[in-house]
Structure formats: structure tokens, C-alpha cells
Design a protein around this ligand. Structure first.
Ligand code: SF4
Length: 198
């Protein structure tokens, strides 16, 4: 049953992406499943080849083989149609394999932004460090995986200052009072943390 649902899901996703990419209708935006395409103009509504593709959790709940096929298709469409692509995901392996840049968000704020290679190699924000430390590496030496303590905050009443402060092992007095700005630490690498200064 699960395999059947996965198969049905992948067919729908494929159809959705292909329809979105090649659609020649009068809409400026396309929302198909979890994929959103933007293209066309009010002046020339038939010129609707999309320029931007946004995909929200493109591989969630899919098995690894199907997920790999979906990502391959997204990459091919991106290349063939010269699309810009934004992926929203919790899956770090998808980011590592598919993206050039990454914006790490915590409780609604971007806390680190930069090139994927730089951030995977040297994460600077404590939340990014925590995220990467809970992700097992195939070639990494055998170590016990750690988790980030605590729970995400209530966004109706977020903690003052840095929103990560109740869970951060480096939290200082200033962290509980002042929200850190996103500042450039290196070229193309931005971090919002009081521990770091540009
Ligand atoms: S600003 Fe403070 S609490 Fe927030 S991540 Fe940096 S050290 Fe931790």
C-alpha cells in the first residue's frame, strides 16, 4: 500500500512539474502540489515559461529512490529551462546535492547564509552547527549523534533577543536582550550571532 501511494505521489509530482514548466496558459503563477512556478507577464500572458521554481519539501515521505528521481528531474528542468530554483527543506542531503547557496532559518529568522560548500565545511552559527552534528556522515568516524536540546519557541511569544538563546550552550547576557544582526563574516558568508563579529 505504501509503495502504491509513493508511486502515485511521484506520478503526480512529475505531472505537476512538467505541467508547470511547459504550461502555456494565461496564469502568471502556477501552484501544483508543493511546487510553485512563476512566469509570464500581464502584457504577454502567453509567454509563460517559468523563471522561478519554488519547491517545498520536494522529497518528504518519498523513499530514497523516488526522491532521487524527483531531484534529478528538478535539476534537469533547471538546466534545460534556465530556471532559478528555491528548495525549502529540512533534509540536509538534498541541500548538499542540489543547491549552491543556503539560508538557514530558525524561528522565522535567517541565522546563517552563504555558499553550501562553505557552510557545510565550517558552520558558524550554533544552530547550524547543531543541525549538522545530528546528521550522520557515511564517511565520518563512528561517533554518538547529539541532538539540539529543548524545543522550538512559540512564535506567538518568541524569546527576546536571539530566538535561539534558550537552547544555545553559548548564550550570554546580551543574547537574552538584543537580537543579533545578520552580518558578513567572510565574503558571501553571513551569520547572526553575538559570538561573531565581522
Ligand atoms: S546570539 Fe547568543 S544565543 Fe544566539 S546563537 Fe549566538 S551565542 Fe547563541
Amino acid at each position: 500500500m505504501n509503495k502504491m501511494l509513493s508511486f502515485l505521489g511521484i506520478i503526480l509530482i512529475f505531472l505537476g512539474i512538467i505541467l508547470m514548466a511547459y504550461s502555456n496558459t494565461t496564469h502568471e503563477y502556477y501552484v501544483i502540489g508543493d511546487v510553485v512556478g512563476e512566469g509570464g507577464t500581464a502584457e504577454n500572458p502567453t509567454a509563460c515559461n517559468p523563471e522561478l521554481l519554488i519547491s517545498d519539501e520536494p522529497a518528504t515521505a518519498l523513499d530514497v529512490i523516488v526522491a532521487a528521481q524527483v531531484l534529478k528531474l528538478l535539476r534537469e528542468l533547471k538546466q534545460k529551462l534556465n530556471l532559478a530554483m528555491i528548495l525549502i527543506t529540512h533534509d540536509l542531503s538534498i541541500i548538499a546535492e542540489t543547491c549552491e547557496k543556503i539560508a538557514v532559518m530558525y524561528a522565522g529568522n535567517v541565522v546563517e547564509y552563504g555558499r553550501v560548500l562553505d557552510i557545510f565545511k565550517e558552520p558558524l552559527h550554533p544552530y547550524t552547527q547543531g543541525l549538522l552534528s545530528v546528521f550522520p556522515g557515511i564517511k565520518a568516524s563512528k561517533t554518538r549523534l547529539t541532538s539540539i536540546p529543548g524545543l522550538p519557541p512559540d512564535l506567538l511569544r518568541p524569546p527576546p533577543g536571539c530566538r535561539f538563546n534558550p537552547r544555545c550552550k553559548y548564550a550570554m547576557e546580551i543574547c537574552r536582550k538584543t537580537k543579533p544582526e545578520l552580518v558578513a563574516i567572510h565574503k558571501e558568508h553571513y551569520v547572526a550571532c553575538h559570538l561573531l563579529k565581522s
